[in-house]
Structure formats: C-alpha cells, structure tokens
Design a protein around this ligand. Structure first.
Ligand SMILES: [Zn+2]
Ligand SMILES: [Zn+2]
Length: 238
C-alpha cells in the first residue's frame, strides 16, 4: 500500500510539479504538496478570549462589548474569526485573493472550520458566502468567500445557500467615511429563492471582517427575507 502511494505521488509530482518552497518565507518545504511550511503555519495564531461578545474583537478585559458594538447595533447574533488580519495570515489572504492562489482556500477554510467546531453555536441550516458584485467577480475570476464556503461545507456537511446576490458594485469600505459607507451599502444585496431560508438559522461566510458594515447589511437583507437568525464567520478580522 505504502509503495503504491509513493508511486502515485511520484506520478502526481511529474504531472503537477509544484514549487517546493514555502509561499511565505521561501524555505524549502518538507511535506509533500504543502503550500506553506510548518514554521509559518505555527505563526498564524487563533484568537483567544476575552473577545467582544458581539463582533469577536480581542479585548483587554472581560467587557461584554467593544466600543464599536456599544455604539452601533449589528443585527447578526455574533461574528467570529480565526485570527487577526496581520502578518502571515494577511499575507496568505492576499495571495489567495489578489494573486489567484485558489488552493489556499483549503488551508484558510480549515482554519475557519476549527473555529466553527469549537463554538457553541446552534446547528446551521445553511452556509452563505458573502457575494461579490458580478463585475468584481469577473475581474478576479472567483469569489473568495465562495471557495472558503465550499471547504467549510465539505467539512461540516452544512449545505450552501447561493441566493444572496450583490446588485451594487460597492467601493472598498475602508476607504469611505462612515455615513457614506452606509449609503453605499443601502440595498446592495438581493435575495433569490427566499422561501429556502424562511425561518432558517444561517451562517454568513467571508474572508475578512473589517467594520462589520457589509456583514451587517447582508444580515439585514437575510432577516428581512425571513431568516430566523444570522451568524458571521470570517477567516480574519481587521
Ligand atoms: Zn514558511
Ligand atoms: Zn464588538
């Protein structure tokens, strides 16, 4: 059996020669078909308590809500992420999103699955990828949230709902001031096949949680369409 697997590996290596160097640090990889080295993987730390009960922001003490969440109410129940959007995790997401390294969905999606397994959230009826506007998706060639959702769906056996669509091409949220950010998102999401999510508990999936404005607006649309409750899971948070 072992010999057979080795032969298969040799055959696969010939068919798909992969650069045997770590994507992040350029050190030589020791494990077959890995993308980043153990050392870099170890540096991607998961967030730990205390976290804001609402949005998952790391806190210095056990306050229930962070400043943002005290000032602004989000309609989703809770948002959680694997780690902070910085250093190695940020680099990985950049390679994934902007340099087309789709295979990174596997690593990133599995990190998110680790978070999902540890949380005491209710059983979800659907995973819902945060949609890109059709124009942006055409430019990029894929929706990063959908690729992450596919990995999560496979690992968790929760089906994907693909009826959440984006009708307005939104500008980069971080570049806009707060009031314009809101206006920019007004009516940006439309839901098809509403009957499917009626009274369902759903989990919204994205790569990065920044201000919560986009996740909040999606959640609003889903609740208006009849969803029972919305939770949010991202790989990283800014
Ligand atoms: Zn490395
Ligand atoms: Zn918060």
């Amino acid at each position: 059996m072992r010999a057979k697997q080795t032969m298969t590996n040799i055959f696969l290596d010939l068919l798909f020669p992969q650069k045997p160097y770590c994507l992040i640090c350029d050190n030589r990889l020791t494990e077959p078909r890995s993308i980043i080295c153990k050392n870099c993987k170890r540096k991607i730390l998961p967030l730990t308590e205390p976290l804001c009960k609402k949005c998952g922001r790391p806190m210095k003490n056990n306050n229930r809500l962070c400043h943002d969440c005290q000032r602004e109410h989000h309609v989703f129940v809770q948002a959680r992420s694997y780690g902070l959007y910085e250093a190695t995790l940020k680099q990985l997401i950049h390679e994934f999103k902007y340099r087309g390294k789709r295979e990174l969905a596997e690593i990133l999606g599995n990190m998110m699955f680790c978070v999902l397994k540890q949380l005491t959230w209710p059983a979800f009826d659907y995973l819902i990828p945060l949609p890109l506007h059709v124009k942006r998706q055409r430019e990029r060639g894929f929706n990063q949230a959908f690729l992450l959702t596919k990995v999560l769906s496979r690992e968790s056996n929760i089906p994907i709902f693909q009826g959440l669509t984006r009708t307005k091409p939104t500008e980069h949220q971080t570049l806009l001031d707060k009031s314009f950010r809101k206006k920019n998102l007004d009516g940006a999401f439309v839901i098809l096949n509403k009957n499917k999510i009626y009274n369902k508990t759903v989990l919204l999936i994205d790569d990065v949680y920044t201000t919560g404005a986009t996740a909040g607006e999606c959640s609003k649309s889903l609740l208006e369409a009849g969803a029972k409750s919305v939770y949010v899971l991202t790989c990283a948070r800014g």
